[in-house]
Design a protein around this ligand. Structure first.
Ligand code: ATP
Ligand code: ATP
Ligand code: MG
Ligand code: MG
Ligand code: MG
Ligand code: MG
Length: 257
């Protein structure tokens, strides 16, 4: 009876389509909070940047790297995180939907579990969700370009949002603030911040300006008498410039070049 059923239903597997990620490419799994404009309002995030919310995102990204061995780097800003899977990874035989769904659901459930660690006085009003996608980048240069693109995006958005919220907090309507900022260049926004509000953009916290990078780093344990006792790896969160070469030159082991 059992056996007959198995044979009868075997053909249903034919309807599943292959969604294997191209071999030997860098795979980026990018997750992004769904409707976080609303979520951040409902939860009363500080504008433009709620530092605790960013730290919660970072904490979840650390957990993801600890959980999925083949993830070698992650970059996060706002409600998004990009996770880089090493080139030759065989995670889920490179099936995209399994990889994406496992990472995004692990991230979401960690976000909910750790919420109270970062917001002890704020109740989580409803369960947030994140969407996810996987994209293959075929070379070292292109994965570097991808990461640079996300950090450029961070700069542009952060600068706009900082100006926008300073204008709104100083009494302008959101419409007025938008029209004042329309078509302005980086230079003009920096001038506006310093002349109207006395803010030096480059002095704002680096976590806001550069976003967050998460990776396995080498840690050296030094004992009381100054002897190097142990050396193991742990996941760290830093805020380097990942557009220029310096960081990558000093951390060649991350993308193994
Ligand atoms: P979608 O579902 O299409 O992603 P969204 O509302 O999440 O829509 P995004 O473009 O992803 O839109 O932008 C995320 C929004 O979440 C930001 O515009 C900002 O309003 C809010 N946000 C995310 N993180 C923070 C934070 N740390 N502090 C303040 N606001 C935040
Ligand atoms: P995979 O990661 O490959 O899915 P798995 O351990 O989740 O591995 P499944 O084939 O999905 O394996 O089987 C789910 C297992 O979870 C079951 O074999 C059973 O041991 C356990 N399980 C799930 N739901 C229940 C339940 N309601 N009560 C008891 N055990 C359960
Ligand atoms: Mg989205
Ligand atoms: Mg979003
Ligand atoms: Mg977003
Ligand atoms: Mg399974």
């Amino acid at each position: 009876e059992q056996n007959v059923n198995n044979i009868k239903h075997e053909y249903l597997k034919l309807f599943q389509y292959e969604n294997k990620l191209l071999p030997f490419t860098w795979v980026v799994i990018r997750i992004d909070g769904s409707h976080f404009h609303r979520f951040s309002e409902v939860q009363g995030f500080e504008k433009p940047n709620d530092e605790q919310a960013l730290k919660l995102m970072n904490s979840c990204a650390v957990a993801v790297l600890e959980e999925f061995n083949d993830l070698v780097f992650a970059y996060g800003v706002s409600d998004e995180y990009s996770f880089v899977l090493k080139q030759n990874s065989q995670l889920y035989q490179r099936r995209a939907s399994e990889i994406v769904s496992a990472v995004v659901s692990f991230f979401s459930s960690t976000y909910v579990i750790r919420w109270k660690e970062f917001f002890p006085k704020k109740e989580l009003k409803y369960p947030p969700n994140f969407d996810g996608r996987a994209v293959c980048y075929p070379s070292y240069e292109i994965i570097r370009d991808y990461l640079a693109w996300r950090q450029v995006d961070c700069h542009i958005n952060n600068q706009y949002n900082t100006c926008f919220w300073m204008l709104v907090k100083s009494g302008k309507s959101t419409r007025e603030a938008q029209s004042l900022l329309k078509g302005t260049q980086t230079q003009e926004k920096n001038q506006m911040l310093s002349q109207l509000f006395g803010i030096d953009y480059n002095a704002l916290p680096v976590i806001f300006r550069n976003g967050s990078s998460v990776f396995w780093d080498k840690e050296t344990m030094v004992t009381d008498n100054g002897v190097v006792a142990n050396s193991h790896k742990k996941v760290v969160v830093e805020h380097p410039n990942i557009i220029e070469d310096n960081f990558w030159g000093a951390h060649r082991f991350i993308l193994e070049v």
